[in-house]
Design a protein around this ligand. Structure first.
Ligand code: TXA
Ligand code: MG
Length: 325
């Protein structure tokens, strides 16, 4: 912790020189590069092991910069930007000429957001341009929510790590496509569907995991090394005991409603009662069970409302088939 002004200056210099900077945001840590430098953007894909067709998010320093990055901004997008930025909302809009196709995976649209983290905002102000940043993890694995997660996973592959402490939100931003007549949620995240619907005054559709056809959204994503199995909350303890007896090293996400239930398992995570606490801790819990050597994680889904929608989405993907699509 303890990022200084000279750290920020150094990080901005690394971006200007075409390097990669890991930066804290309120959601997860990002692996950042100068959005306008195709070679630097290409390095992100290489370091992450991410297919180049998977588009990145461009992070900008304020809503007033939106028009220099995108075109044809509909009133709905302005309303959402005004209401939720800085914050965990990403808007998909038509790409402006400043955005290289390398950053959008060849698409004519681009995802943009203003992160709500003082260190990220200071970096964006010092750098002056846009920073493309996917989550700072290897493709398909669990997103990092501390600087240590980034260092452990990416090591020397990143030129500079800005440490901004633990991420407050803990799951990625909500992605909303505002290019069409009706805005649609492409990925649930830190801004809830309910908040968006209140702001827009109309209901929004959320795609089911199995039918998502957004570039970069594979069934298995956000996945720890251990296999993740989802069961009904009331079956968690029994399933864990069975798997443990069958020889697995079982990690359990014990729902708050069952907090006092004895569980036979290798490691147990007590799921926080609040959805905010659950979201904040989620990726750290998955990493922790991996570190404890679990080969199987038994968890259940929270109710899919408010932040529970994003948590359930990530757990479903963590439990998804591991084959590449
Ligand atoms: O909270 C977050 O959004 C974090 C922090 C670092 O800002 N970033 C993040 O980036 O989660 P990443 O690359 O892991 O996920 C971005 C997703 C991609 O998987 C892709 O599905 C979607 O954004 N995306 C990006 N550009 C898009 C576009 N033009 N159209 C549709 N989806 C797009
Ligand atoms: Mg990611």
């Amino acid at each position: 912790m303890g990022t200084t002004t000279s750290d920020i200056e150094k990080a901005a210099g690394v971006l200007r020189a075409g390097g990669l900077v890991a930066l804290p945001t309120e959601t997860v840590y990002g692996l950042g590069a100068n959005a306008e430098d195709p070679a630097a953007v290409a390095r992100i894909f290489q370091v992450k092991g991410r297919p180049p067709s998977h588009p990145l998010i461009v992070h900008i320093g304020g809503a007033e910069q939106l028009d220099s990055w995108v075109q044809d901004v509909p009133p709905t997008a302005r309303l959402l930007a005004e209401r939720f930025w800085p914050g965990p909302l990403t808007l998909v809009l038509r790409r402006g000429p400043r955005v290289p196709l390398e950053a959008t995976g060849g698409l004519e649209t681009v995802a943009v957001r203003v992160p709500d983290h003082p260190v990220a905002l200071e970096l964006l102000a010092a750098f002056g341009g846009g920073v493309t940043a996917p989550s700072a993890n290897r493709f398909g694995s669990v997103s990092p929510t501390t600087a240590d997660h980034v260092r452990t996973e990416l090591g020397d592959a990143v030129d500079f790590v800005l440490d901004g402490g633990s991420c407050e939100v803990g799951v990625e931003s909500t992605i909303v496509d505002v290019t069409g007549d009706v805005p649609s949620i492409l990925r649930p995240g830190g801004v809830t569907r309910e908040d968006l619907e209140t702001a827009l005054g109309r209901p929004l559709a959320v795609p089911a995991v199995s039918t998502v056809r957004v570039p970069g959204q594979h069934p298995s994503h956000y996945a720890p090394r251990a296999r993740v199995v989802l069961v009904e909350p009331e079956d968690v303890a029994a399933e864990a005991a069975l798997a443990q007896e069958a020889g697995h090293r079982v990690g359990v996400f014990l729902p708050a409603s069952l907090a006092d239930t004895p569980v036979k398992a290798h490691a147990v995570v007590a799921v926080p009662r609040s959805l905010e606490g659950y979201a904040r801790g989620l990726y750290g819990f998955l990493r922790e069970l991996d570190e404890q050597g679990c080969d199987l994680i038994i968890a259940s889904l929270p109710a899919e409302e408010d932040l529970g929608l994003a948590i359930a989405n990530r757990l479903r993907r963590a439990a998804g088939p591991r084959t590449a699509v």
